[in-house]
Design a protein around this ligand. Structure first.
Ligand code: PRP
Length: 182
């Protein structure tokens, strides 16, 4: 057992489950976008980098990838945080079929914020895919393609971190409570 594994309570989503579900999602997205020139995929850094890579690899339709970085003060604590744009897209998205690729919907603030700013840029269409969504109250947001619903616990792996650790695990696990509170 590695040091990292000793801090995990249980595996919530195995690598196999994740890969199988992502193939299904990619097939659904490929079918839904049939006939469009290309999809403009927007990965939300840092968390979405793994989901973005795996999803894009399985798409059977033209697509380009771009990334955006946002941050929120107080998200992990008081939940009062405003979302701030740290890094914008490289290109304008006017007339593009934009697909926001998010790792997790927690409070929903990030997705809500991105919808607000992107819809003002006149994309041809705007949809969202999220790898996981927590079972908890959140701002009403529309997630067009959702990978998994997970319990409202601290999760890590597959892009999700705790203080920048655990991010590159190929599975999703719940962190032991004592790790979060220490
Ligand atoms: C996390 C995650 C989502 C966001 C979701 O980002 O990657 O983007 O929070 O939370 P919300 O629904 O409450 O807005 P974080 O700020 O931890 O940055 P990171 O992806 O760089 O770790």
């Amino acid at each position: 057992m590695t040091d990292l594994q000793q801090e995990l309570a249980r595996v919530l989503l195995s690598e196999e489950e994740i890969q199988m579900r992502i193939k299904e999602m990619a097939a659904q997205i490929t079918a839904d976008y049939e006939g469009v020139k290309r999809i403009y995929m927007v990965g939300v850094l840092k968390g979405a980098f793994m989901f973005m890579a795996d999803l894009a690899r399985h798409l059977r339709i033209n697509h380009v990838v771009d990334f955006i970085a946002v941050s929120s003060y107080g998200r992990k604590g008081a939940e009062s945080g405003e979302v701030r744009l740290l890094m914008d897209l490289r290109e304008p998205i006017t007339g593009e079929h934009v697909l926001i690729v998010e790792d997790i919907v927690d409070s929903g603030k990030t997705i809500h914020y991105l919808h607000e700013i992107f819809s003002g840029r006149q994309p041809a269409s705007l949809k969202t895919t999220a790898f996981v969504q927590k079972e908890r109250e959140h701002i009403p947001v529309s997630v067009d393609y959702l990978g998994f619903t997970i319990p409202d616990v601290w999760v890590v792996g597959y892009g999700l971190d705790y203080a920048e650790r655990f991010r590159t695990l190929p599975y999703v696990a719940e962190l032991k409570k004592e790790v979060v509170t220490k």
